[in-house]
Every structure is written in C-alpha cells, then in structure tokens.
Ligand binder design. Sequence first.
Ligand SMILES: [Mn+2]
Length: 418
Amino acid sequence: MNPFTPKRSHPHGPREARAAHAARAQRHHHPDLTNLLGWKAMQREADIPEGRWDEERRWALRMGLTGADSIDDRSIPTFARGELPHFAGINTFLKAPYAEDVLEVQHYDATVLGIPFDGGTTYRPGTRFGPQGVRKISALYTPYNYEIGVDLREQMTLCDAGDVFTIPANLEKSFDQISRAVSHVFSSGSLPVMIGGDHSIGFPCVRGIAECTSKKIGIIHFDRHADIQEKDLDERMHTTPWFHSTNLPNVPAKNLVQIGIGGWQVPREAVKVARERHTNIITMSDMEKMGISRTVEMALEMAWDGVDMVYLSFDIDSIDCGFVPGTGWPEPGGFLPREALALVAGVAAEGICGMELVEVSPPYDTSDITALMGTRVIVDVLGSLVGHGKLGAHKRHIDKPVSIPHGEFTGRRWSNAT
Ligand SMILES: [Mn+2]
C-alpha cells in the first residue's frame, strides 16, 4: 500500500480527522515541478551526448584487456583504465590524459599544470604537495554536473601536463620556470589551469600569460589577504604577487579586483599599496550585503574595464577555515563553499585567459576536504566556461606566442620496453 494514501477513518475521532485533513489540504500545493531546476536539469541530461564516454570505455578495453568471463558488464576491463573505479589508477587531474610530451597540450582546450612550490610561504608550508593532493581527490569526480547540465568529457578536451620543475630553495629560478611553462601552455592556445603551490606563483603565472600578448589583462582575485606588498621577509613571498603582476606593462592595477579580503591577516603595508594603485577591494561583508549576483556584476565591470582578458586567481583560504583546514594561513570568517562556487562560476561566465588555484596544503588537510574544495573550484570554473560557451575565447589575443626549444633525443627511456 502506498504509505501516503490517507486512511479512511481517523483513529482519534472526527475533530482530529478534520485537523489532519486541513493539514493535508494546506500541503497540497498542486506543485508545478517544471518550475524547479531539479526537473529542468533532469530533462536537459537527455540532450548531452555520450559518445566520448562510450569511446573511453572502448579505449579502456583496448588498453586494459577485456574483463573476466564472470563479469556481466563487458565494458569492465581487467586493468583499471580511465575513470573507473574511482579509487583505482594513477591520478592525473580528473583522470584526464597525461600530456607527457608537453608539445601535445596544443590539442586540448584546457591544460592542468601543477606548480609544486611553497618557497614563498611565510607561515606553514606544504603547498608543494597541493598538485598531488588535488589530483588524488579529483579522481572522486565524474565529469558531469547535474545542476548546470554540463559533461566536461563530452563538451571539451582536457589534459594534465604534470608539474613544473620548480627549484625549492630559489624563488626567482622557480618563477622563471613557472612563467616559461605557463607561456608554453598559453601560447599553444590551450587554457592554462594552474594548481599551486603557494600564492607567490600568482606573479610568474600572470607574467607567463602577459608576455604572450600585447593585449591588457585584468585580474579577479579571491582571497582573505590582499597579497600586494612589494616584499615580505625581504623576498617576493606569497604575500606579494599582485605588486609585481601589476608592474607588468599590460596588467593594470585598476583592473585588479580582490574579493573576500578582510580579517586580521592583512598587513598594513599591503593596504597602502592597494590604495596607491587604486585596486578594487570587495570585503566579505560587502559581498554579504550586496549578494552574489551584484558582487559578480561589480567584479566583472571593474576587472573588464578597458582590458581584453581576465585572469582568475583563487586562494583556497578565501573560504572559511572551518571548511579548508589544509592551507597555509587559515582565517575564520571567509566564504561559505556555496558562495565561493557561485562567485567563481559567475565570474568565469564572461571567460578567462587562465586560472590558478593556490594554497592547498595537504599535510594540514583533513580527509582531503581542502583538496576536494580546490578541485571543485576548478571544475566549476570549467563547467561555467563550457556552459557559457566561453572556452577558447582567449585564443584570439595570443599575438606574441613563445616557442621554447625542446631537447634532442633518440633512443629509449629506461622504462620503455626493448
Ligand atoms: Mn590568502
């Protein structure tokens, strides 16, 4: 019997029966489900192609051999290859193809690039393990998002180019390596998606993009910290990326929008620079007062004013530290995860020329939640770019591509079969 079918006689007499009837009548909204996003998303799924998924499963059988006879699902290989199972395999970001030969990044809409560097950290380190931490937990995700109705595997191409070879004891050499790697990816036309690393990488990442174009670049920066002083502890630490980025000739400080700044960890030195350079700071309370859509609107207006592209920098510590314990400078009072995700999706809807996710420190993390949050920020940005048709919009601005020579090699690598 359907548990929701009302009983014919009420066990407690007519008064109770009338009350129960009234309560039911009040609940009876004649709901129009078609007004709910839940209903719309369910219908929309039917329109998303599945060809790439079929292809991946056939590829897995070719790579991993057909499965044992006792297994009914004939798409399951003997050796785990591709997305399934989520707990198995060697993880790239979202288990995307590994572009071991970095010349191959040109064939992909977006390229994930790990930047394992924490030499710019001024409090607790560990973000050199950020790329691996994020890759590991990213294996948990499918490429499909129900609410936005996007399947990344079907609607874009993505690769993971592995990590930049950083030099742990040397900021400047690491910066040069990072800019070089980012300029290679950006010049290829693939969208660079960097996983840090501490926030000092913001400067070399922006520099790597800026050198490949004569066009101007704005920056939207999510953080609790202003990160715009010239030096910290006498070096260009993770508190300084925007000072040096906005010194670049095509990165105007007036197009730097900093969202979520506040609390007790903003050095006054940084505030002086922000004031002198006329950057735009939207605090957590500003965001709360204005709401998410107005905040997004305002950020886009200021960042895009007179520029051709916008770079997105997301410091995981902009989210309340209760949600992201695995970070270098935890600070309470930050964004709720839902707010942060809505904000990044909102700003990405206009298109970006690159992004970085920084300050995930797996040694301080608990149950991978910080790394998971970082993964989520990246996939939500990609989902928004795909959903709004903005992936690849940056390509037309690459008018000074770099070409970095590769070494000559013939022969075999030690692990190659003879
Ligand atoms: Mn920060």
